[in-house]
Design a protein around this ligand. Structure first.
Ligand code: PLP
Length: 422
């Protein structure tokens, strides 16, 4: 019997970073779709597939360790607690947090941002304050601020997106003033693929007196992250977009901010002492983790970040860049296609439309050829409005995608065009 989750070290020490070999680590990719079609999974910006070490870690956790954490004193509770705490240390290392107390486990990016809006925003945002966002935000980085602004009488200001899909940096600088209390920005757009110069933006926003929150949902899975070097106050991300299970993610926040913030939810785990009339809070980060946490999810996230770190985030980024360039080249050659987002710094979320075919129809037709892409407004309706469309199709690549996936997509789009005679 072993209680140590598989980390993937041994398996990965062999061939190194080779996407074609890596695919074997993701059992789901081996299946056939719609009879005999090879699965080309290109919906990674929505969620990624899980490698064998993560799947095994979940099984092992439930087979040998399952218990509640930080409470009981028996052996299983000690194992579960040790694994949960170890995962926090791994995540802290993975994003360069400096200290594990700066990492709060959440359900994912959405919950992390809501946590900041609730626990920091309700305390520190006042009437007349400005919350600066951008036109390329996911709804997760818009709605919590809309709710807060409405409640507090604060104002939302949006930095515009230029025609090539990059952020209007000059407009950003013009928007900064002493009224701006928070700048919340996506690191990488889930629609345009644009990678924003977060370090430079954070420097300027913080110099103007604002706090900076970065939505790292699309960046943490794809590039090396060092939150201290980026100089941000808050960084939110989701495990399921980086090989970990669903329902787990994290919020990084500078420790002194977490200490100043009010709790997000009340209940067990987040208290120190409770009387009938009053309570004191647990130390950070536990103050923000009320109730029984997603323990197995956190264990899975720990194994996932090991898996990614062992591969090398720089190598993953390099692979993304290569495959993104290949995808854009191949898609651009299709007659009637329009690609949204041509920013010089971009990642592998590639949105497009094919003249004469609604994105939903296209997505269903390519699915028949075994190709999984996303269609719709991508939870970014304000950006859709800016682009002048109601919906787009999106192909998004990850570390296990190969050129054959892209070729299969191009072939499937060709078949869809034949079907619609466009
Ligand atoms: N922000 C961005 C840029 C995203 O792409 C997503 C998910 O697609 C989210 C936030 C929300 O992530 P989650 O649903 O995991 O909370």
């Amino acid at each position: 019997m072993t209680t140590t989750p598989v980390t993937g070290d041994d398996i990965l020490r062999g061939p190194g970073f080779d996407p074609a070999m890596l695919r074997f680590q993701f059992p789901i990719l081996a299946q056939k779709i719609h009879g005999d079609k090879r699965l080309a999974y290109l919906d990674n910006a929505a969620t990624t597939q899980k490698p064998q070490p993560v799947i095994c870690a979940l099984c092992e956790y439930y087979e040998f360790c399952n218990s509640n954490v930080h409470r009981a004193l028996h052996e299983l509770a000690e194992r579960a607690t040790e694994q949960y705490d170890e995962s926090r240390r791994k995540v802290a290392r993975f994003i360069g947090a400096g200290q594990e107390e700066s990492v709060v486990f959440t359900r994912g990016t959405t919950e992390s941002i809501n946590l900041v809006a609730y626990a920091w925003g309700r305390k520190f945002i006042e009437e007349g304050d400005v919350i600066l966002l951008t036109e390329m935000e996911h709804h997760s980085n818009i709605i919590p601020w809309q709710i807060l602004a409405r409640e507090k009488g604060a104002k939302l200001v949006y930095v515009p997106v230029l025609d090539d899909g990059s952020l209007d940096i000059e407009a950003f600088h013009r928007s900064l003033s002493s009224k701006v209390k928070l700048f919340a920005v996506t690191h990488m757009s889930n629609v345009l693929g644009t990678i924003n110069p977060v370090k430079e933006l954070a420097d300027a926003a913080r110099a103007a007196g604002a706090r900076v929150l970065v939505d790292g949902a699309q960046s943490a899975p794809h590039m090396p992250i060092d939150v201290q070097d980026l100089g941000v106050d808050f960084f939110a991300f989701s495990g399921h977009k980086m090989c970990a299970p669903t329902g787990i993610g994290a919020l990084y926040a500078r420790r002194e901010l977490l200490e100043d913030m009010d709790p997000f939810m009340g209940g067990g785990e987040m208290i120190n002492r409770v009387s009938l009339d009053d309570a004191t809070w647990a130390e950070v980060p536990h103050k923000f983790e009320a109730g029984t946490p997603n323990i197995s999810g956190a264990v899975g996230l720990g194994v996932a970040v090991d898996f990614l770190a062992n591969l090398g985030m720089d190598k993953i980024l390099e692979h993304d860049r290569r495959l993104t360039a290949y995808t854009i080249e191949k898609l651009s050659a299709i007659e009637g296609i329009k690609i949204f987002g041509k920013a010089p710094e971009r990642g592998g979320a590639i949105s497009f439309e094919v003249a004469g075919i609604h994105p939903h129809d296209l997505s269903q037709l390519v699915d028949r050829e075994g190709v999984a892409i996303r269609a719709g407004h991508m939870c970014a309706q304000p950006l859709m409005k800016r682009l002048g469309v109601g919906a787009v199709s999106r192909a998004s690549v990850y570390l296990y995608n190969v050129e054959e996936d892209v070729d299969q997509l191009v072939y499937a789009i060709g078949k869809a065009k034949d079907f619609f005679k466009v």
